[in-house]
Structures are given as C-alpha cells and as structure tokens.
Design a protein around this ligand. Structure first.
Ligand SMILES: C[S@@+](CC[C@H](N)C(=O)[O-])C[C@H]1O[C@@H](n2cnc3c(N)ncnc32)[C@H](O)[C@@H]1O
Length: 258
C-alpha cells in the first residue's frame, strides 16, 4: 500500500535538502522517523515537515535520526588486522604513496584508524586520507578529535599511548593524526566521486540503502578505484555477484578491482 503521507515527505525532503530518502530501506527509515515525530508531538509526516521548516533544532534532530552515526576506532578489530598485515603491504609494493578514502566516515574514528595504521608504514606528513559524510555535524565533531572512552575500546595499547591524551572523561587525539585526514561533506547518493583511489573504505552505511541504490554505488566505487585498488566493506556487507563490478574477493570483506 502506498503511504502518501510518507511519499510526500520524501519529495519535500528531496526538494529541500537533496537527500533522497527513497533510496534508504523504507520500513527501517519510517520506523526511526515516526518514533522521532511522535516524541516531538506530531501526528503525521506532513505535520513533521512543517515543523522542520520552522524549527532549525528539529531539522538537525531529523538529520541525526536519519543518519545513524555510531562508530568506533578499529571497529571489528580483526578486519583492521587483515588490512594492516596483508592489504596495506601489498598496496605499498605497487605504490609508495596511497590515495585513500573513508566514505561515510561519521565522527572520524574510521579515517583516524586508517591514519594510525598507515603511520606504521609511512611518515604521517606524507599521508592524505579523504573522509566524507553527508552530515555536517559529525564532520565538525570529527575535526575536534575528542572521544569518549567507549570509542577507544578496540584501540591497541601502544596506539592509545602514542596518539591519545586523556582530557577529563574524554580522550584527545594527536594533531598529527588529525592533520592526515581531509574532511568533506558529500552525499554518496547524489554527489560526484573523486577517483584514482588505492583503497576505499565504506562500512556500515550501505546496509541502510535499497538494493538498487547499493548496486549503483558499487559501480561508482569500482570506477573510483585504480586497477588493483581495494574496496573494504563492513562486516555484514559482503557483495553479491562482486564480479559484476570488476571486484574479486581477496579476503573476507575486501575486494580488489581487476
Ligand atoms: C553507522 S555510520 C558508519 C561510520 C563508519 N563508517 C563505521 O563503520 O564505523 C553511517 C554514516 O553514514 C552516513 N550517511 C548516511 N547516508 C549517507 C549518504 N547518503 N552519503 C554519505 N554518508 C551517509 C551517516 O551520516 C553516518 O555518519
């Protein structure tokens, strides 16, 4: 059954922000947004949209609810070990400088994890990592480099000692690591991609998109990679029919472009 209230909301949000909610899994997205508008005293999506227009705070709350920003350093630690021990050394055999992208980087834990790992191989002054997200608020937080203890649970001891300083209840990340990352606002579903990447990390965001949106993104990610470049996905995000996108699975959750 077509839900006209939600359909109209999708059209309004697209016109206002460029964000196309129809490319996110519907049941999940609707549930998240409905619980927010009910909590704020609205009866339907139409009323909620009128509210968003007049209240900036509510608009930010909406963005927050739709994006789901949870992240942590070294999320799924074993995968990062594979990256460090197998993938990065292989990439460095071919190129002395690597072009790396953390797509949908949230509050920065993922691109900063990349910077910490790369620091074991290269001087950080020569490392450039692009990190993008649709949500400006998380990018602003990422740039601050201040994290609660729970984000650091998986950080190896020596890295924690080397790159974090305790500040009250939080941990401040070293400037050297922060400087290695270039943040940019980008909507994966609408904005152009840079290209020529050796490594693209895109984890825990594609799960929210429809199958059609995912397929389009695999094509775009594949184009954005160099030949031999690697695509690193989240731990529930294996690619079905990877060869369609010129991807060969080289380790679980790592695909190489042929
Ligand atoms: C769960 S976080 C994943 C963070 C990190 N990659 C990780 O695995 O820990 C999902 C991120 O995707 C971002 N996101 C959602 N839709 C997006 C889009 N269309 N384009 C870019 N980023 C998007 C959200 O703002 C959020 O920060």
């Amino acid at each position: 059954m077509v839900d006209q209230d939600y359909e109209q909301f999708i059209r309004n949000i697209k016109a206002k922000t460029g964000i196309d909610l129809s490319q996110y899994k519907e049941a999940q997205m609707k549930r998240r947004l409905t619980s927010l508008y009910e909590k704020r005293g609205f009866k339907n999506f139409n009323g909620f949209y009128q509210g968003l227009l007049s209240e900036k705070e509510l608009f930010y709350e909406f963005l927050d609810r739709m994006t789901i920003n949870v992240s942590e350093f070294y999320r799924n630690y074993k995968r990062w070990q594979v990256l460090e021990e197998k993938i990065i050394p292989k990439l460095l055999e071919k190129n002395k400088k690597l072009k790396i992208w953390s797509a949908a980087c949230s509050t920065g834990e993922e691109p900063y994890t990349l910077a910490m790992i790369l620091s074991k191989f290269l001087p950080l002054s020569g490392v450039q990592i692009l990190a993008t997200d649709i949500d400006e608020n998380v990018i602003a937080r990422a740039k601050l480099g201040l994290y609660p203890e729970r984000s650091l649970q998986e950080v190896p001891k020596e890295m924690k000692a080397k790159y974090f300083v305790k500040e009250g209840t939080n941990y401040k990340l070293d400037n050297e690591i922060i400087k290695a990352v270039r943040f940019k606002k980008q909507n994966l579903l609408a904005d152009p991609f840079e290209d020529n990447f050796d490594l693209i990390v895109c984890r825990n965001v594609l799960i929210y998109f429809t199958e059609e949106a995912k397929e389009l993104l695999y094509v775009k990610f594949s184009k954005a990679l160099k030949d031999g470049g690697v695509f690193f996905v989240g731990s529930t995000e294996q690619i079905f029919n990877a060869e369609r996108y010129q991807f060969a699975s080289i380790e679980t959750f790592f695909y190489q472009k042929n």
